[in-house]
Design a protein around this ligand. Structure first.
Ligand SMILES: [Zn+2]
Length: 196
């Protein structure tokens, strides 16, 4: 991606972080090879569970392309069937790593409906979404380390795949209430950025 914009670079960075978090024991070289394949832009999705990754002689590939298939919760790559296949069967080759990175990147560009709620509370607080279909992410920051009078900033991100208005119930300081929150359209990576 020679002419990548700042936004594209940011999304790529988040996708790489997700790959690293999924495979914390993989060496840096494994991650680097996945990034190289991803940046060469040689991954094409054939159908819901199949991708083609072009071979790169610089990375030791002997074939023109490789087929990565996702089945029963596992990835398989056509390089498993090559001459040094058996040894690699239980490993994740970097063709697969590149596909996972590609999928994470694409996911970050998908539209999503979200709302962010910030509360600054002293002592106990409560927050509840009265809609089971909504995904809720919670993040708490301590604003004071005072054990007697703790203060927190609590952030809730509400997410859904469809547009919706949800009812929330909350208690913070002296206020306890119920209100409606509209989830508005954004992209997944925007939510990721807000949670940092
Ligand atoms: Zn492979």
């Amino acid at each position: 991606m020679g002419g990548a914009t700042e936004t594209e670079k940011t999304i790529e960075k988040i996708a790489i972080e997700k790959l690293r978090r999924k495979f914390p024991n993989k060496a840096n070289s494994w991650i680097r090879r996945a990034i190289t394949r991803f940046r060469e832009n040689t991954i094409r999705q054939l159908n819901e569970n199949t991708w083609i990754v072009d071979g790169d002689p610089k990375l030791g590939d002997k074939y023109l392309n490789y087929i990565v298939h996702f089945k029963d919760g596992r990835y398989h790559c056509s390089c498993f069937e090559s001459s040094w296949g058996p040894r690699r069967k239980n490993e994740l080759c970097t063709h697969i790593a590149a596909v996972i990175l590609h999928r994470e990147y694409s996911k970050l560009l998908q539209p999503i409906y979200a709302a962010i709620i910030n509360m600054e509370c002293e002592g106990d607080y409560h927050f509840e979404v009265l809609d089971k279909e909504v995904k809720v992410i919670k993040q708490v920051k301590a604003l004071s380390s005072d054990a007697v009078e703790p203060r927190y900033r609590v952030t809730y991100v509400l997410m859904s795949n469809d547009p919706r208005t949800v009812k929330v119930r909350y208690a913070c300081k002296d206020e306890a209430n119920e209100r409606e929150v509209v989830l508005s359209k954004t992209m997944r990576y925007m939510v990721e950025l807000l949670m940092r």
